[in-house]
Design a protein around this ligand. Structure first.
Ligand code: HEC
Length: 176
């Protein structure tokens, strides 16, 4: 990872001669790449998290984003934060995630979520994926999402009871 980052400033041509993969280039030039760096201290650069402490994003975020309620939930997590307990792939997390994009930088919030789906969880994404936009974030926050962490946790509980497979099967395949 650090070696890869050292090359970002180089021209595309030079990067190719250094034989970086296309995927690596896409990752570093994605509009959400730099804003996502604030997430990596907890969720790690590859989104696998730290089992038992910080849940993975890889393995289930793409599928959450295919559901209307799921999209609202993801926006609320970044805007308001989240306080569990919650389960991913059979592991319990009793943590607190502070709000990451509490203000009105809706573009940045949408780009972070797009990075999480398109890069971090690319393997479980599908072609029906509809990227987040600043407009969607503004619209969903405008009609009202929970503004307290426990309210966001309640949204998740509802998702979990309606679609239990979201937080279980696929995520369980993430190797530790
Ligand atoms: C300080 C550590 C920390 C940072 C930084 C952080 N998170 Fe989290 N995140 C957590 C914890 C802890 C949880 C689980 C909260 C709980 O146990 O209630 C979580 C949960 C989540 C969830 C819910 C997952 C699920 O299965 O429902 C998402 C989505 C998420 N984080 C995305 C992000 C993104 C994107 C960023 C960067 C913008 C980020 N987080 C930054 C600690 C962090």
């Amino acid at each position: 990872m650090p070696e890869r980052k050292a090359y970002i400033g180089l021209s595309g041509l030079f990067a190719v001669t250094l034989s970086l993969t296309a995927a690596a280039i896409a990752e570093d030039t994605h509009p959400g790449y730099s804003a996502f760096q604030r997430c990596v201290v907890c969720h790690q650069a590859d989104g696998r998290g730290i089992p038992g402490a910080f849940p993975p994003l890889k393995g289930h975020i793409a599928r959450i984003a295919t559901l209307d309620e799921g999209r609202a939930y993801l926006i609320a997590v970044l805007h308001t934060g989240l306080m569990g307990p919650l389960q991913v792939a059979g592991r319990v997390y009793v943590g607190v995630m502070p709000a990451q994009v509490p203000g009105n930088d809706y573009r940045q919030l949408s780009q972070i979520l797009n990075y999480a789906v398109e890069v971090i969880d690319a393997e479980s994404g599908d072609d029906d994926w509809r990227p987040f936009t600043a407009e969607e974030v503004a619209q969903r926050l405008g009609v009202g999402l929970p503004n307290k962490m426990h309210g966001v946790a309640a949204l998740r509980q509802r998702l979990d009871s309606q679609y239990p497979e979201l937080f279980q099967a696929e995520a369980a395949q993430v190797k530790e």
